[in-house]
Design a protein around this ligand. Structure first.
Ligand code: NIG
Ligand code: FE
Length: 359
């Protein structure tokens, strides 16, 4: 330490911790710009999903592509995450929806994690949607997840978390409970998509099963926020999804914060409901539309994201003993991050002590 090789002159520059993006779906093949165009002509996300779009329209792409093809796509995506300052990312499977394609998606995450400077935390999400072939026998798919996929995923040894889309038309509270409890028996930690479009009781489920995080919460009720506050569950808010879907009802961040709940912010990067990779832009949305202070938004985009992933002892803040994951900005104050909105002037990004991006 102290040698010139390890010294960088940051005079006049702000230094922050690298961003922790604790909710993303990066393992897909095709973009879905066609659905974006449909939304611009007035259709809602749910209407598009009910007409053959949505999650299911990404399934064929993943099933039909090779591991190498997916690795190339995911690597390019990770390059762009790094360029906007994200140094750790949670990454879900969930566009394969059969055992082979889910294992392939997790293997892609493992390989990119090994070859790329970004750190990836893998999540199994076989319960993202009901695949077409199980449309008329949904309970069979829940059995497949619990009796075949989860044991195979545990045996593969890559995934750390198990996530479920608990929502009307997707997985019910009882199905979600069964899937998440089964995952826990196999060592997979629980997190869930909760109360995204409707208040289904998913946030309560999160607190009952000690999930690490309840994500989205656009439609959570005041009562459920109070119940959530009696647990250690992190509320992960995804204002990029609200924005990208053209909705006005952002998650009630102030009510959630005022109950003392730990709030994380993430992009929800995926081809359908949030084609956004920039955590600085998510901070802009949090400050503008959810009433968060810039200090709250910064903490939620770094340390609290690490808490939501159970890795706060290693990353998420600038502290001796943690990884040196840093952003050197050509900016003066924290407020400049939401203020610039996009195209932030970043001088250097440092991952685990190494300069990996330089302007
Ligand atoms: O988090 N809510 C479920 N999954 C994604 C949407 C994924 C997609 O449309 O492909 C989400 O918003
Ligand atoms: Fe999501």
């Amino acid at each position: 330490m102290g040698s010139s090789a390890n010294s960088i002159n940051c005079e006049g520059k702000m230094v922050t911790c690298g961003f922790i993006d604790s909710h993303t779906h990066p393992v897909f093949y095709n973009n879905r710009d066609n659905e974006y165009a449909m939304r611009l002509s007035g259709l809602t996300y749910q209407e598009i999903a009910n007409n053959g779009g949505g999650i299911l329209s990404s399934v064929e792409g993943v099933r039909n592509s090779s591991e190498e093809q997916l690795i190339k796509k995911v690597t390019e995506r990770m390059d762009r995450f790094i360029a906007s300052g994200t140094t750790t990312i949670e990454a879900k499977s969930g566009y394969g929806l059969d055992t082979k394609s889910e294992l392939k998606s997790l293997e892609v995450i493992r390989k990119v994690n090994n070859s790329h400077s970004i750190d990836m935390i893998p999540t199994f999400m076989g319960a993202h949607a009901f695949p077409k072939e199980f449309e008329s026998k949904r309970s069979e798919y829940v059995k497949l997840i619990c009796n075949e996929m989860i044991p195979a995923v545990a045996n593969q040894g890559i995934a750390i978390f198990n996530d479920v889309f608990c929502e009307n038309g997707y997985f019910s509270v009882e199905e979600s409970r069964y899937i998440l409890e089964t995952g826990k028996k196999y060592g997979l930690k629980a997190r869930l998509h909760a109360d995204e479009f409707s208040n289904s009781g998913a946030a309560i489920l999160a607190s009952e099963i000690d999930a690490f995080s309840a994500d989205h919460l656009m439609a959570v009720s005041k009562d459920d926020i109070t119940k959530l506050s009696n647990s250690k569950v992190v509320a992960t808010l995804l204002p990029g999804t609200t924005f990208f879907l053209g909705k006005k009802t952002y998650a009630p961040a102030r009510d959630i914060l005022d109950e003392g709940i730990t709030v994380a912010l993430a992009t929800d990067y995926n081809p359908g409901s949030s084609h956004i990779q920039s955590m600085p832009f998510i901070m802009t949305l949090a400050c503008l539309h959810m009433g968060m202070t810039v200090e709250e938004a910064y903490q939620s985009a770094t340390y609290n994201g690490a808490v939501a992933l159970g890795i706060e002892n290693n990353v998420g803040s600038i502290e001796i003993g943690k990884k040196a994951d840093l952003i050197i900005w050509k900016l003066d104050t924290l407020m400049d991050i939401p203020y610039y909105v996009s195209n932030h002037p970043i001088d250097k990004i440092i991952k685990n002590g190494n300069i990996i991006f330089e302007a």
